[in-house]
Design a protein around this ligand. Structure first.
Ligand SMILES: Cc1ncc(COP(=O)(O)O)c(C=O)c1O
Length: 369
């Protein structure tokens, strides 16, 4: 892939005049639309086979375009991590949004209330502090907000620590007139499916023993997606990364490099030594989040070339085994963690082979609050 083809508009063999990848400046995000669609369809088929409701997390793509495709494929709604992301999705016409996050503070609670007036909303809590803020804000028994109890089933992030604590918090939610106990939610650590299942089954039984109905049990995570739904108490699954996949998910066995839809198009800007090439994609484009993997990305189709270190605007590629890269050459990097990469770019280019079929603004990027 050489850049010396200039920025002409390409004439494709079918006579269509359209931009090609060669017309794009770098660094840029390319999304293979066919792969993303196939990843959506595969996950939805798995959920359907197992009687699971799918509620994809939009943190990976941050695009109403894909959220609508996920709903059209059969998802019951979407998951957003931040109110700002949910606001963008509501503006775009998405109608059922789960926000599995502790919402605190007057400013956020006011925005949450406004959102509740516009879409079918549900949230989580893992403490009385969060619950008190929700209780003071949502007071209408005619339009109650479903609140799920977040459970730490082994990930070690947010969440109540035991089934007993889950029951105690659920019964407090149940007492608030403007709220309704909406079930249990967890984000399990990768590879902890069995442990998570046991935790949730235990909590479900404890709730039943206390007379609290628990109709929704929401879990998530792409790494264990293909194991979800097997003899499980989980009713809803929230995968995020599954739509694009990345090196981390390939390492976890979720798919292959050929299933990865997101790549970062980059140009070789220097060849300072025979064994090193420098890309114009550094941590500002690839992020420095490796999720524990060695190296910062994989160069598609160039074995023996590894992104071994990054500074902000430079990606350092180590070449071995006869791998060659020339100055001006353009390469496609599969990042370690695609969700964080999405958050770094203003737009993504949807591609079909070499054609750029659409360029979309990443509408929900940078919505941190
Ligand atoms: C609460 C929650 N649910 C679902 C997901 C989606 O996980 P994954 O991207 O592994 O599918 C995440 C990811 O961080 C999350 O934090």
């Amino acid at each position: 892939m050489r850049s010396d083809q200039g920025h002409k508009v390409n004439q494709f063999s079918d006579g269509e005049t359209m931009r090609s990848i060669d017309d794009l400046d770098t660094p840029a995000i390319l999304i293979d639309a066919g792969r993303a669609e196939a990843n959506i369809a595969r996950a939805q088929a798995h959920a359907d086979r197992h009687g699971l409701k799918l509620r994809p997390h939009i943190k990976t793509h941050k695009l109403p375009y894909w959220a609508k495709k996920q709903i059209a494929a059969g998802a019951v709604g979407i998951t957003c991590q931040k109110i700002g992301e949910a606001e963008i999705m509501a503006d775009a016409g998405l109608t059922d949004i789960f926000l599995p996050y502790n919402i605190l503070g007057r400013a956020k609670l006011e925005r949450l209330k406004a959102l509740h007036g516009r879409v079918t909303l549900s949230v989580t809590t893992d403490s009385m502090d969060t619950l008190m803020g929700l209780a003071a804000t949502f007071t209408d028994p005619g339009h109650r907000l479903p609140v799920l109890v977040e459970c730490d089933t082994g990930m070690g992030r947010c969440g109540v620590q035991s089934a007993g604590e889950a029951v105690a918090l659920a019964s407090e939610i149940d007492k608030v007139r403007g709220l309704v106990f909406g079930g249990l939610m967890t984000y399990p650590g990768a590879g902890r499916a069995a442990e998570t299942e046991a935790w949730l089954a235990d909590a479900q039984q404890a709730l039943a023993a206390s007379g609290l109905a628990c109709e929704r049990i929401s879990s998530g995570g792409t790494p264990d997606m293909w194991r979800s739904g097997e003899h499980s108490v989980v009713t809803e699954y929230r995968p995020g990364t599954y739509i694009y996949l990345d090196r981390y998910q390939v390492a976890k066995g979720v798919g292959s490099l050929d299933d990865c839809a997101l790549t970062v198009l980059s140009t070789v800007v220097s060849r300072p030594t025979p064994t090193r090439a420098i890309l114009d994609a550094g941590s500002k484009a690839l992020s420095s989040d490796t999720l524990g993997l060695a190296d910062f990305g994989e160069l598609l189709g160039i074995s023996g070339a590894r992104v071994t270190s990054l500074s902000e605007e430079h990606g350092n590629v180590t070449l071995s085994g006869g791998a060659e890269l020339g100055i001006g050459e353009r390469v496609r990097v599969v990042p370690d963690h695609c969700c964080v990469v999405t958050n770094l770019f203003d737009e993504v280019h949807l591609i079909e082979g070499e054609k750029v079929i659409e360029t979309l603004p990443v509408k929900a990027r940078g919505r941190m609050g």
